[in-house]
Design a protein around this ligand. Structure first.
Ligand code: MTE
Length: 325
């Protein structure tokens, strides 16, 4: 298999053996046009993504491993990470997103960044892909339901976005608003949550280098069920803080309301840092099951404060984390 690399880091796979001839030829002509600059890399990604659905593969995203931010734990199998998901816009069962998210159209896609910033802007995927060098970071992600995964994500620190839009002195929080389109997302018709799925961070949390604006995983663009084309990954917080399929980012003065907090305020606080000392009313947070590691009857792992990411501790100095859970 030949791998060609384009200037923006998207790798172009050629695999005539597994591709129907017509598709292969159309792709070749498209790539020839791309090579002479006749199409944008976002259009190229769109074409490749359409093909990915047909073939169950995704375009490659070249990224340099950032060892300082990478866990050495055994990585979760791609199959587990892409078939055991929470993405309620596509249903509430873990297997629903992988089955239903094929209807999500991820190209064209824009993210509007607005509110308390000197330079509001709307970025398309091309602009997002080029905004900063892409890094691979292997993060542990722990869900409040008591399971965890270890995934090699691709993206860059959200602080790169903050630098670009220049928040005003009034910007104390960042709100992440995701797509809610009932034509593409069957779950948006249900009342399980208030839509759009919305999350938020204090601005210093958003500025922490661990907060990852994520465009890919396992060296490829994000599968739809994992929040394509752009999501956050916040490894020291419970998984639900990591909003998927983001369309708007607002810098705001007041602490934003968030979907899970609106639905069950006593169960889901604004901070939601991984904390083995504060149990969720329905689930202990003292230990966790690593997905795919040893099966359902497996020994559990002890959950670590901040999921083991102690770098963030100074963000919460002096705060009572039982009160601010
Ligand atoms: N983002 C949106 N838009 N909708 C969701 O339902 N679920 C959250 C979070 N982001 C969710 C979301 C929850 S509960 C978790 S645990 C993580 O996504 C799961 O991410 P993963 O499926 O990639 O592991």
């Amino acid at each position: 298999m030949l791998i060609k690399r384009s200037p923006n880091g998207i790798e172009l796979p050629f695999s005539s053996e597994i591709t129907p001839r017509a598709v292969f030829e159309a792709r070749r002509s498209f790539i020839r046009q791309a090579a002479v600059g006749a199409v944008s890399s976002a259009a190229l990604l769109e074409m490749m993504n359409r093909e990915a659905f047909a073939q169950g593969t995704h375009p490659k995203l070249a990224a340099k491993l950032n060892p300082a931010y990478s866990a050495l734990d055994k990585q979760t199998a791609y199959k587990d990470a892409t078939t055991y998901n929470n993405f309620y816009e596509f249903g509430t069962d873990k297997s629903d997103p992988a089955q239903n998210a094929g209807t999500l159209r991820t190209r064209p896609w824009t993210v509007a960044i607005e509110g308390e910033v000197k330079k509001p802007m709307t970025l398309d995927l091309d602009a997002l892909l080029k905004l900063a060098p892409l890094e691979e970071r292997v993060y542990r992600l722990r869900c409040v339901e008591g399971w965890s995964m270890v995934i090699p994500w691709v993206g860059y620190s959200f602080s790169e976005i903050i630098k670009k839009v220049e928040p005003t002195g009034n910007a104390k929080y960042v709100e992440f608003i995701t797509l809610a389109d009932n034509k593409q997302m069957p779950g948006v018709g249900s009342r399980v949550l208030q839509w759009p799925y919305t999350e938020g961070l204090r601005i210093d949390e958003a500025n922490h280098p661990l907060a990852l604006l994520t465009l890919g995983m396992y060296g490829e663009t994000l599968p739809n069920q994992n929040g394509a084309p752009v999501r956050m990954v916040l490894p020291w917080k419970y998984g639900f803080k990591s909003a998927k399929s983001i369309v708007k980012i607002r810098f705001v003065k007041d602490q934003p309301r968030t979907s899970w907090n609106l639905s069950a305020p006593s169960e889901y606080g604004f901070y939601s840092n991984v904390n083995p000392n504060v149990d969720h009313p329905r689930w202990s947070q003292a230990s966790e099951r690593r997905i795919g590691e040893d099966g359902f009857l497996a020994r559990k792992r002890k959950t670590l404060m901040y999921n083991g990411y102690n770098d963030v501790a100074s963000l919460y100095a002096g705060m009572d984390l039982k009160k601010f859970f």
